[in-house]
Design a protein around this ligand. Structure first.
Ligand code: GCO
Length: 262
């Protein structure tokens, strides 16, 4: 188990006051990492989340900043490195989605999705990687999506961003592997979170579709992502570079099946 031990490591997970980010950050904390959580909605949400992590015996610090604002990111990373220590593991998880047919989508909305889901991982990584290069070690994990590989009606901006994030992951790996920094991605399938709540309602056509389209025939539990996060954050992945690990219950393994087949 030493291979997966994160004791002594500092992990920053963006968008980790709830949902998949919280689940992955909890996993990293339970593997021994000191966890830095982030959100931008309210200090209260961050304070409440800190208490959740502490209940699990995790050493945790909370920082409120907007991952799309480079000045705020620079300041936050400086504060974290001064107050807690150098960041060993960065998980770029913060993301938004807007479900609108492309022909109806406002350009401003398209830009906002790309800004949060693609540009902010660049901003975060650009500023965290400097100390990783100096220390000749680091782990960066970009949270991709099924939409890094597949299109779907009404999520065109999100797919463009997540497809770009897969390629950005490969390029970060290309440029930074020589510094003993491993950059990889996690591609979640369909998980039970607040983001998917509107399309996960019992009897909603999309809910039935996902159950039939997923060989595991269920929505993922956010905790199903913890193993992948610990693996890509630990020594166990020291020769894994530019890989997107899909945790999707088999969605990408299949073209699906006729509705009358089990
Ligand atoms: C959607 C969903 C997806 C999932 C996830 C799949 O509207 O299709 O929100 O985008 O959240 O990204 O990997």
């Amino acid at each position: 188990m030493e291979l997966f031990n994160l004791k002594g490591k500092i992990a920053l997970v963006t968008g980790s006051t709830h949902g998949l980010g919280m689940a992955m950050a909890m996993g990293l904390g339970k593997a021994g990492a000191t966890v830095i959580i982030n959100g931008n909605s309210s200090q209260q949400k961050i304070d409440d989340a800190v208490k959740e992590y502490q209940k699990e015996g995790i050493k945790v610090f909370g920082y409120k900043f907007n991952v799309t604002d480079e000045a705020q990111v620079k300041q936050a990373i400086n504060d974290i490195q001064t107050e807690v220590g150098p960041i060993d593991i960065l998980v770029n998880n913060a993301g938004i989605i807007k479900r609108t047919p492309l022909e109806d989508m406002e350009v401003a909305d398209f830009r906002e999705v790309v800004d949060v889901d693609l540009v902010s991982p660049f901003i975060m990584s650009k500023h965290v990687v400097k100390s990783m290069i100096a220390r000749k070690q680091g782990k960066i994990i970009n949270i991709c999506s099924m939409m890094s590989e597949l299109g779907r009606n009404t999520v065109g901006a999100y797919a463009a961003a997540k497809g770009g994030l897969k390629m950005l992951t490969q390029n970060m790996a290309t440029e930074w592997a020589k510094h003993n920094i491993q950059v990889n991605g996690i591609g979640p399938g369909y998980f039970a979170t607040s983001q998917t709540a509107p399309i996960r309602v019992e009897g909603h056509p999309f809910n039935d579709f996902i159950i039939s389209r997923t060989p595991a025939a269920k929505w993922g539990d956010p905790n199903d992502l913890q193993g992948a996060a610990i693996f890509l954050a630990s020594k166990a992945s020291n020769f894994v570079n530019g890989h997107v690990l899909y945790v999707d219950g088999g969605i990408l393994a299949t073209i699906g099946k006729p509705s009358n087949e089990n």
